[in-house]
Design a protein around this ligand. Sequence first.
Ligand SMILES: Cc1cc2nc3c(=O)[nH]c(=O)nc-3n(C[C@H](O)[C@H](O)[C@H](O)COP(=O)(O)O)c2cc1C
Length: 227
Amino acid sequence: MDAIETIYSRKSIREYAGGEIPDETLRRIVEAAARAPSSKNSQPWKLFLLRGKALEALRNDYLNGFDRGKEPNFEYVYNPERVPESYKARAIALGRAIFAHKGIRRDDTQKRRQHDRENFAFFGAPYLFILAVEKDGYALGTFFDCGLFFQNLMIAIAAEGLGSCPQFSAMSYPDILHSHIPESANLTFIAALPFGKPLAESNVNNFTTEREPIEKFFRIVDSPPLL
Ligand SMILES: Cc1cc2nc3c(=O)[nH]c(=O)nc-3n(C[C@H](O)[C@H](O)[C@H](O)COP(=O)(O)O)c2cc1C
């Protein structure tokens, strides 16, 4: 696949088949991700891979937390205090579209909770990357660098014929993450990336999202403005 094709082939995968990913493949993915540029080549990212019993133990604690109604306690603020109307509208449209796709009615609180719960099960994925950064060493720019790394990770996963789903919701319980990830006290967790082989006959994996036409966000400036 060429780069553009691979970018188009990536989409969020929310249902997984089992199956082991060879260590060489995992290594190739992580090495490709680490080719991301970063300001002054600072490479601020830290990455953890959870699989097997370690992942099951984390999943178990996450689901127990969710089922007991544990409140999310994010380590960093994702959204601006006042979310611009255009972002809000797109978030609402996404929610509506995915619920409609899954056949979940607006008033079906049980099914909506089940939908949320799937996030806390990391969508049943057999592998989970967790991206982190040093607590004392980050600013907006560092997060930008980490975003480039994270995108490379997703694209490399897609290039290997696998699927993933970026997750901020999995950052809900940093205390649980810290207790499962050794030597992480000095780290801030940024995002999770469940991944694996996509389940083929999956309704939710057929869900596709739209994008704004580029004219909404893109301008060519090729001559100075006239006074
Ligand atoms: C930083 C980040 C956090 C996200 N968090 C979640 C999440 O917690 N749960 C989820 O189902 N999807 C999550 N998503 C996936 C987005 O909903 C998805 O990328 C977007 O709707 C576009 O769809 P696509 O990935 O299929 O192209 C997240 C995406 C990003 C980039």
